[in-house]
Write a protein that binds this ligand. Sequence first.
Ligand code: YCF
Length: 319
Amino acid sequence: QSSLPKGLQEKYLLTRQIGVGVCGEVRLAFERSTCNKFAVKVINKKNFQSEGTATRNAETEIKILQRIDHPCLIKTQDFYQTEDSYFIVLEMMEGGELFNKVKSQQQLKESVAKLYFYQMLCAVHYLHSNGIIHRDLKPENILLSSSEDVCLIKVTDFNQSRILEEAALMRTLCGTPSYLAPEVFTHANTTGYGLAVDAWSLGVLLFVCLSGYAPFHENFGNYSVSEQIIRGEFTMIPKKWEHISNQAKDMVRKLLVVDPKERMSIAEALQHPWLQDQEMLATAQRLMYPNDAACHPAPVAMVTPAHQEAESGYTTHRK
Ligand SMILES: C/C(=N\NC(=N)NO)c1ccc(NC(=O)Nc2ccc(/C(C)=N/N/C(N)=N/O)cc2)cc1
């Protein structure tokens, strides 16, 4: 039992492990003054990555966690550190990880997969608008607010995330350009490519939610997983996909495109016909912005999809 920070011990009672990750565990904690439940992510500094990387990643992650504010992104309440671990106190997501809902071949109902996927898109659209690439979107990092099918989801784990430093490019271009390689000028805006990695991962996530199995898997064919991914070869097993709509399949096919320049963007995915489903949009709206629905329930026709409000700068006051 490695030592816990005094401040953490004073404010919280840490109890059992509720989740485990590659570089740490998640513990159930109770705030002593309120008895409210929290999840505490413990990140070992001396994990497999070189020490420098782990520390740099954790510092970036904490900067990101403190900066983000979206209904479908995890919120932190506190953070502490000892010489060998970081402790991040997060809101408790009672439904646990999406991973447990889709493992062992369980397919989600298409309507549930659509509701979850739309919320993931809104969360990642927000991150990209703030110059953040998640880079590690997977079922373990999608948390559910309750065990009900219809629930709010939140994206977590920003350990692999990167903040797109446009400023870094500007600084580079301030110096004498004569020694700079051509790609610095042409591919410098890797922002286009960088963001596209999250669209691919969301395609894999959607495939798993709809079918219950992974599109790229060691047991398939005679290619390694990485070869299958590089070739963009996946199989929609009829038994699993025959009851799934063509629009859902179209969404998956347009995200699992090998060339990042050809891959559908998050913004395009939000406009895809499969998501122009007023009932789902109204449910998502109610889950993401409960306070708005409470004071003046808008007639369905009036529902502006959450992602469009963000874009149009719609001035609803959001708590
Ligand atoms: C309700 C419940 N369990 N309920 C029960 N009775 N279990 O027995 C439960 C709730 C939440 C979770 N997971 C959870 O909260 N994950 C999670 C994962 C990663 C991160 C972060 C910030 N990571 N950042 C880094 N750097 N990572 O390496 C934060 C939270 C699991 C089970």
